[in-house]
Design a protein around this ligand. Structure first.
Ligand code: 5AD
Ligand code: SF4
Length: 346
């Protein structure tokens, strides 16, 4: 099914319950045709909140005085072992952006050790690193990378970031191109319901994903953070929760065989936010495995769920949630993007 931009805008703006439910069930039917009822897990290890950047919406931005941490190799390996023991199949190593040589060496060491010991699928989410660093990390065993474009509208991107060369839209695009040319499975995404953002911007985001030929998507609602500069600009669009579900469903229908995550931020607005996304086109879950005592220092946005929980509790909670919607974990499987193999004809 090909969907025109006009149609995408129509679905994004409709308030008709009947139309919305039809959209979600169409997206779910396509997802089940591609993946049956299997949901692939990536245990997310938020191993450091140190960040060199100052994005105007983020609770980890450099100018904020928060307790900064970096987990030790030993503690990261414990989290990876847990994921392996639970049959998650994959992990995500996520942190703020840090471009030092010391960090690069640390990561190469961690990634190659995890690869050898546990053979888990490994997604990296480490920001805009130089091409040479990305190459080294790929060699070490990272094979998927998440780097959100945040918005495909360059003018809007500029309003969300400081006006310096460290935060340029072009650099972000170049980083995405570099990831693709190095052989990574490339994931991107946007925030939904941002200040100044329109339905047309969101429709263009989906067309951007299609044009760029992405393999994976992670999108979520924008959650205003009172301690950040963007807080003073209220969003124009209403109900960014339903809008996020619509973005998931429309992306599934337009992009088809990509992996789409039901992101944690959805749960800020609705206790069943992630399950609802899994019934509207998403096929990936990212349970948090970060040690509980560090979670309160990784508050990218306020009211983040699961902050008081342990990794064991997150596992039980999520498997229970899946059962309630008649889906199950795709056990011990990397759950790579089918689109990637089609794109690269492997
Ligand atoms: N609300 C929602 N998502 C946010 N992110 C950063 N700040 C916020 C916020 N206030 C997302 C960005 C970034 C990812 C790590 O977290 O999309 O890429
Ligand atoms: Fe740093 Fe990422 Fe937050 Fe920007 S969004 S401040 S790069 S952690």
């Amino acid at each position: 099914m090909s969907i025109s931009k006009k149609k995408i805008i129509h679905y994004l703006s409709t308030t008709s319950k009947g139309e919305i439910n039809k959209l979600f069930s169409k997206a779910n039917a396509l997802t089940e045709k591609l993946y049956q009822n299997k949901i692939h897990f990536r245990g997310i290890i938020e191993f450091s909140n140190i960040c060199e950047k100052n994005c105007c919406y983020c609770g980890l931005r450099k100018d904020l005085k928060i307790d900064r941490y970096q987990m030790t190799k030993e503690d990261i390996l414990k989290c990876a072992k847990f994921c392996s023991d639970m049959g998650y199949g994959s992990i995500v190593l996520q942190s703020g952006e840090l471009t030092t040589d010391k960090r690069l060496e640390f990561l190469i060491n961690i990634i190659s050790t995890i690869k050898k010991k546990y053979n888990l699928g490994m997604t990296l989410s480490l920001g805009e690193l130089p091409k040479e660093s990305l190459k080294e990390l790929f060699k070490a065993g990272g094979h998927r990378y998440l780097l959100r474009i945040e918005t495909s509208n360059e003018k809007l991107y500029k309003k969300l970031h400081p006006n310096d060369k460290n935060h340029s839209f072009q650099n972000r695009l170049n980083a995405l191109e570099n990831l693709k040319s190095l052989g990574y499975q490339v994931g991107t995404g946007v925030m939904i319901g941002l200040p100044f953002q329109t339905y047309e911007d969101l429709a263009n985001d989906i067309l951007f994903f299609k044009d760029f030929d992405v393999d994976m998507l992670g999108m979520g609602p924008y959650v205003p953070h009172p301690k950040t500069p963007l807080y003073k600009s209220p969003p124009i669009l209403k109900d960014n929760f339903t809008l996020s579900l619509k973005m998931v469903a429309l992306s599934r229908l337009v992009l088809k065989d990509v992996n789409i995550a039901a992101t944690t931020a959805l749960q800020v607005f609705d206790k069943q936010g992630r399950e609802k996304a899994l019934l509207a086109g998403a096929n990936i879950l990212m349970p948090i495995v970060t040690p509980t005592d560090l979670r309160k220092n990784y508050l990218i946005y306020p009211d983040k769920p699961c902050v008081e929980d342990t990794k064991e509790k997150c596992f039980n909670c999520i498997t229970g949630r899946l059962k309630s919607i008649k889906k199950e974990m795709g056990q011990n499987n990397w759950g790579d993007s089918k689109h990637f193999y089609r794109r690269t004809k492997k």
